[in-house]
Ligand binder design. Sequence first.
Ligand code: WT7
Length: 648
Amino acid sequence: MTDTTDYRDAYPPSPQFAAEANADASIYDRAAADREGFWAEQAGRLHWHEPWTRTLDWSNAPVAEWFVDGKLNVAYNCVDRHVLDGHGDQVAIHWEGEPGDSRALTYSDLLAEVSRAANYFTELGLRAGDRVAIYMPMVPEAIIAMLACARLGLTHSLVFAGFSPTALRQRIDDAEARLVITTDGQWRRGAPAPLKTAVDEALGTGSHTVEHVLVVRRTGIDTPWTEGRDLWWDETVERSAPEHEAQPFDSEHPLFILYTSGTTGKPKGILHTSGGYLTQAAYTHHTVFDHRPGRDVYWCTADIGWVTGHSYIVYGPLANRATQIVYEGTPNFPDQHRHFQIIEKYGVTIYYTAPTLIRTFMKWGREIPDAHDLTSLRVLGSVGEPINPEAWRWYREVIGAGSTPIVDTWWQTETGAIMISPLPGVTAAKPGAAMTPLPGISAAVVDEEGKPVRLGETEANGYLVLDQPWPSMARGIWGDMDRFRTTYWERYAAQGWYFAGDGAKLDADGDLWVLGRVDDVMNVSGHRISTAEVESALVGHAGVAEAAVVGAGDATTGQGIVAFVILTAEAAARSGAALVAELKAEVSREISPIAKPREIHIVPELPKTRSGKIMRRLLRDVAEGRELGDTSTLVDPDVFEAIRASRA
Ligand code: WT7
């Protein structure tokens, strides 16, 4: 198999799949004929305590209001109504712990647990609008905590449990969280690792807004305790009453803040609200994955700390009464069979993962999946970065028995839900293409001036923009509306379009191929990491005078982080190898192990333009071993000889 792109190579659904699918081709025409009417119809998937008076108010653009005056309770929609409809005994979550323990939670169980947590959060004095930070591994209580927040109108802010105390503190401070929910520890490849200690460290110095730290016992390891501040979940939440009546909130009530990397060092707190967000999460989960409750067993392998976990583990699937798998551990613990064993054990029908994992499976070899019965699978999904055609074909052939539709879903933390994707029962999908905007969504590929690119057989490159508002769009950056406008809406202000930050191209059929970020944001294993953030962690080390970071192509992770550093005079005398190891550890500690550079090169100088800007494009050429592009604007073109020597 070679990694070739053939724009005519397309995979239509089987006639039988198409005949039984949730959506047929007419949905595109219906949505195009009356976009707002279409979304109003989709909002009908939810229970509204009070109906809305207007579908969309865009008069305060770029801050949209969807389903104006409508009132709903997000948790009621994800839990209570399924129980009231007689599905209380249906399993909502098949949870698989890393060490091999498991738990099944029915919708009735979930209702009792969420109610207990809501009662206890109320007892703690938390009120609608307050912020709660959730710093937890993949345990059921994380989902219960999110739903309890939603139930009370508290705004949650999930912080990925792999993030450092520094990153956690930054997010706690920015959102002014009153409560932090965590676990004593987390399982990591068969051993418990402390987690609550990271919260202690985060809150260690300076004043903060946190009143309590609520701790779920997961590993049983020794846990330091601050009396009065710290509370055990099993001594509080679990002893609270399992009945709680959900109150309605405004459609635009803030549901969550989720931080994501931008072009500067400071993470952006992307704000999402309730009615529009839940509508699009539920609609896309239903349509893109062809999900049917009672039939499907759904598994999204993301972590709840990322937006994929929010929309496609918690809100979309639960709103649609899914039965789903939630897995705590890594794909290769205790061995490389783990995911395939889980698929086999539960008869998973829909599997949604990231290209980096598919490429890892390829590396491990097809004999691993081939050892399992994967015939239950009927839809495969991909998200997080462009999927290369070779990985796409392998996914279809080896995991999907050469027959399952693959949905390559393009979206972002900011879009809240899937925007561009094939529909499994409709689209003849092409390996590597996100294909077309979903019914109800409008996108374009345009040049610098906003003119649409011409369709081309191979090349029609431009910038991806979203030219119409959509229900699950971000409503702002927490505490920084100016940054929201400048980051996304300034570039095409004249047209009023959203600038996604991705390059894209259209093929001769008009199908869309996402090419990757066009800003200083890297994509490592589907995680967004800003070059500025890593640079600032590096220069935080006393030995580093200056640093430049680029994302270089990586066969498994999509991009790998490559750093070039200039040392201070004192550090220059030290051993390079020891220093590089120290710097890698520093970045892990400051940000997260996922931000650890693949390579760090000590260089005498960085390539700069006359205006002092670091030429990242040229550094990327060096990192990827390419011939150098135009160096004429550099102050000192010879600098590259020295940089090349450092990589030898
Ligand atoms: C960025 C958003 C959406 C949830 C996971 C990441 C890239 C995402 C695709 C795809 C090509 C993709 C884009 C985007 N991306 N999905 N199917 N094809 N690129 O969310 O952390 O907000 O990152 O991920 O570059 O802008 P995120």
